[in-house]
Design a binder for this molecule. Structure first.
Ligand SMILES: [Zn+2]
Length: 356
């Protein structure tokens, strides 16, 4: 059964209003590529806690690493860590929840060779039950499960590190409420306490997109801008606001999380120590100073999106996400592109399970 391989004529329609992207078309792929070409888009995201937060994986204490304070300031300090999966999993869940609102993730039952439903419509899950055909699976990657292949992630992230020292940004909070929440539970249960990250704490991070389409880029930005809950188990998540400091196109990776944190430490330090009080302006004011050495030391082509264009782009993405009809068209196009890619890369392994 021959299927036309040509791109649908109006593929750019849903995001054609986001005109800034036209200036960077050479850094994107018109369709999801089968082979890596090493076109990187790095989005520098400053994560700011807006409530008390716990990024711990388990237990009462926060995850801490002993690390060099800055690049120039070489004394070691203890830093709170926000693990990689604590950053990306919430963003993936935000995107998947949104797609489910529009009848996707995935948009149809995924069946195995015998016609048995492996993942039902709307039931793609990050852990253990990936559908392998939705934009989330194809972009952020998934591990092999029964009946599906696997996909390497095209959104790369690493653990992030708080700029200030551990003692400057945390507090031990007693959980007096433990008795109320376990009504009828153990009387006189010991007071528990947990270490919390304070509000207005900053974690500079970078999300690296590899070989993506403009639609996929917009989708990742949408997830970054709309995700607000990060942290430990669900009832202890903290509110985090993501600020996009910079967007860079390159053929090499330019930024790393730890180096960003260390460069910020150097830039913000007064007599070798960063002040106890910091606000967003301190970080935005220092951004170009912090970014400069990364760009200068890169062994590759680096193009920075100017601030005005970046703000216009982010405003356009927010506008798209506020417009239900346009958003539906956008997500549908994204879904179709991912499904097309999944079909073409797994051709021969699976029978046609749908017709267009
Ligand atoms: Zn999926």
């Amino acid at each position: 059964m021959a299927r036309k391989e040509s791109e649908p004529k109006e593929r750019e329609t849903p995001i054609k209003d986001i005109t800034v992207l036209g200036n960077y078309s050479k850094w994107f792929h018109p369709a999801i590529p089968k082979f890596r070409q090493g076109k990187y888009v790095q989005v520098v995201v400053l994560r700011e806690t807006k409530s008390h937060a716990i990024f711990t994986t388990e237990g009462q204490t926060l995850d801490v690493e002993h690390l060099q304070a800055g690049v120039k300031i070489k004394r070691p300090i203890d830093r709170i860590v926000m693990y990689k999966r604590k950053q990306i999993a919430p963003e993936r869940r935000t995107g998947k929840a949104l797609m489910r609102q529009f009848g996707m993730s995935p948009s149809h039952d995924v069946k195995d060779n015998k016609g048995k439903v492996v993942v039902a419509k709307g039931e793609c899950q990050l852990m253990g039950n990936a559908c392998g055909v939705c934009p989330d699976c194809i972009l952020y990657g998934f591990a092999a499960t029964a009946g599906t292949g696997s996909q390497r992630a095209r959104v790369l992230t690493d653990s992030g590190f708080v700029v200030r020292e551990q003692s400057q940004v945390m507090r031990d909070i007693k959980l007096n409420a433990i008795q109320e929440t376990t009504a009828g539970g153990i009387a006189g249960a010991a007071y528990a306490s947990r270490e919390n990250v304070l509000p207005q704490v900053f974690i500079p991070t970078v999300e690296t997109l590899v070989d993506v389409t403009p639609e996929e880029f917009v989708y990742v930005l949408g997830n970054i801008l709309s995700t607000t809950r990060y942290g430990a188990e669900q009832n202890r998540e903290g509110f985090v606001r993501n600020h996009v400091l910079g967007i860079y196109f390159s053929n090499v990776e330019v930024f790393s999380n730890l180096e960003l944190t260390q460069r910020y430490y150097d830039a913000l330090a007064q007599s070798d120590t960063v002040p106890d009080y910091l606000c967003l302006d301190n970080f935005t004011d220092k951004w170009s100073e912090v970014a400069q050495p990364f760009v200068e030391n890169a062994c590759g082509v680096v193009v920075e999106m100017p601030g005005e264009e970046r703000e216009a782009l982010l405003a356009d993405v927010r506008k798209l996400y506020r417009d239900e009809a346009r958003l539906a068209t956008f997500l549908k196009a994204l879904d179709e592109a991912a499904a097309r890619y999944a079909r073409e890369t797994k051709k021969g392994e699976q029978p046609a399970e749908e017709s267009e």
